[in-house]
Design a protein around this ligand. Structure first.
Ligand SMILES: NC(=O)c1ccc[n+]([C@@H]2O[C@H](COP(=O)([O-])OP(=O)(O)OC[C@H]3O[C@@H](n4cnc5c(N)ncnc54)[C@H](OP(=O)(O)O)[C@@H]3O)[C@@H](O)[C@H]2O)c1
Length: 205
């Protein structure tokens, strides 16, 4: 089974750092990039420790498994960074028109956010995940006395979903598969019934 020893993370804000922290704690090398350049990431990688590397956005897009942790409106900038074909891309984005949710949303027509993202990263195997929780719940220890923090995920590629399920398990979360990008995305997106649901799963038995 592939272990994804190196993980790319595009975006080094709340979500990018929270995911990077989980990845380095579990032994992965992390290539983390933004649009402003590696100099601006010095404090971030210092905080994350020696397994985290500040790289260009193009370099962060190279691993087989890449997290998208950029604003939704920045996704079109990522199209030309690499050949996305076959890569597993974990899409954490929400379709705000800007960082400020009150400014409304992009018009994605009939598509869910991740279907729209998939069209901009040709050939990528997209798994939507980590978008329904506030970053603080992703940064926190997922193992609570009452149960494990649930992370929903959805995607159209079974192998990509299995890879993400494996990572979630490794990080200590309880992954819940919601099906394909369309049906799952409708449940997970901002006006969906599972957005901002902070669930804990109790392991019984
Ligand atoms: N914050 C939350 O609680 C939360 C929860 C669920 C989902 N989300 C979603 O997760 C995504 C990230 O949210 P966040 O709160 O982590 O945002 P954030 O703190 O604003 O961080 C965004 C990161 O993306 C980088 N970025 C922006 N444009 C880029 C580009 N063209 N190429 C490469 N990097 C770029 C930014 O750095 P530069 O400006 O230097 O490029 C920054 O490091 C968003 O889509 C958001 O909707 C957020």
């Amino acid at each position: 089974m592939t272990t994804y020893s190196t993980i790319g993370i595009l975006g080094a804000g709340n979500i990018g750092q929270a995911v990077a922290d989980k990845a380095v704690r579990h032994g992965h090398e992390v290539l983390i990039g933004n649009s402003r350049g590696t100099e601006t990431l010095r404090a971030v990688v210092e905080q994350l420790g020696p397994k985290a590397h500040a790289v260009t956005a193009g370099e962060a897009a190279q691993p087989e498994l890449v997290f998208l942790a950029v604003p939704f409106f920045a996704v079109p900038d990522l199209t030309g960074l690499t050949d996305w074909s076959g890569k597993i891309v974990v899409d954490t984005t929400n379709q705000f028109a800007a960082a400020n949710p009150w400014r409304g949303r992009y018009d994605v027509g009939d598509l869910t956010g991740s279907e729209w993202v998939a069209e901009r990263l040709p050939g990528a195997r997209i798994v939507k995940a980590f978008n329904t929780l506030f970053a603080a719940f992703i940064a926190a220890d997922p193992q609570h006395a009452e149960g494990r923090q649930v992370i929903f995920y959805a995607g159209d590629d079974a192998d990509a979903k299995a890879a993400v399920a494996g990572l979630l398990d490794e990080f200590g979360f309880a992954g819940l598969d919601l099906g394909g990008l369309r049906a799952g995305g409708q449940l997970m997106q901002l006006d969906g019934p599972l957005n901002a649901r902070h669930l804990l799963l109790q392991d019984v038995g």
